[in-house]
Design a protein around this ligand. Sequence first.
Ligand code: SF4
Length: 482
Amino acid sequence: MNFTIDTINTLDTNKIWFFRFKKLPNASIIITNDAWKFHFFSDKDFKNFLSWDVEKLSNYSDLVKKWFIKDTWYQEKLVWSVAMKNHFVGIWPTLHMVVTTLRCNHKCKYCHAAVAPMSAKQFDMDEDTARKVVDAILHTNSQSLTIEFQGWESLVNYPIVQFITEYATTRAQHLQKQLSFSIVTNLTLMSEEKLSWLLDHQVDICTSLDGDELSHNNNRTWYEWNSFEMVSYWIKRVSEEKQKRGMWKIWALLTVTKETLPRYREIIDAYIDLDLDSIFLRWLNPYWFAASDLRTLAYKDDEWIDFYKKSLDYIIELNKKGIKFKESMTMVYLMKIFSSIDPWYMDIRSPSGIAIGWVAYNYDGKVYASDESRMLGRMGIEDFFMTELQETWKDTYWAMMNSDITKIAVQSSCLDGLPGYNEHAYKPFVWVDIIHNFKTKGNIYYPYKKDNKFYLQEAILDYIFEKLQNPETEKILLDWLQ
Ligand code: SF4
């Protein structure tokens, strides 16, 4: 359809609120607004909408409810809706990642440049640093906080995990803050004793599973044993124990490499065999491995998109057969689209969660603006290093929040005002990954047309919106949100 400057000049803004639009690959038109609402149009209805013959539209009242068409009370209702969707901007930061060690017993293909050998105990966090980390975390401005133990392999420095958990729990009670814990582990150093202790202390457990035995062991090299066998055993055990205690199932993360692309069915089947209820189709990030590895591990954006679509189609087919299984990235976008509040996913925000949503505390007391920032730090790229831990928590928090990194991260990842992103129909649902752009293009500001993370997000959203136009698949996807 033709949308010319003359059409724009006839727009009656007394009736219609600001909107963005785009043509979807299946030729229908989607409009969105800053209350994160969307609506599909046929060409004809879109013309009626633009010519302000809105009363002719069959879904007039629906458009009023979504604030595309103004009614008497739209401003008051709209302010509330926009505030709810952006409530995270007043709460800084809530997710605190603690790198307890750089050591690990694995040498995964996408990590081996960064991991320290098991004998290198100098890369463990000590008690003094751990205490200062906890004090800094608990005095940030959020009332509700999560401490996530990250590693390289966090169970290698298990005594510090225990120390932080106990010390932070006591301090949080004293300060009347809500605190939750999670640990990211390859599970190969898990034991019955550790499992009980972690769950008794409300430490949630998350692991990595790169699919079936062939795909997993191909990516995740472990010279002492069969990594897939060990992680499968512990996934089952952790799930059993968690279910006994009425907790959520264990959460597993997949990292997609070139060799796993054609094996999407086997990978999803492996997750289902282990009684997991979701998979996170994470693309590869270029942080740890050397450039030579990228050539064997990485893939083109379109190859990942093809993998994503096939995987999602397969998962939807399984759902049609009664197997309840979800794809987590799709879930995040569905929550962005349908929930009345932001889903609290640190990346996909404007401004992004870097520095103000999550921060990472390295084993040596260095504080980074995010998990990826500390990975870059490990590669000798210190551009997103915020501060060392200071003598007092107050000084640390002040140094974090007043660092140039924080200011630049907020300013450069806020889509309002970023050319291209700001005008795009998917602006309410996407984010700009400034660290990715910095690492791959050498610039945190990068034209959106060349931003491959944006390209991936647009393809995901195109596909989700296509699925939402089919009543059967729409029902399945909406059921995931229940
Ligand atoms: S990806 Fe995880 S398990 Fe693999 S080597 Fe790195 S830290 Fe270890």
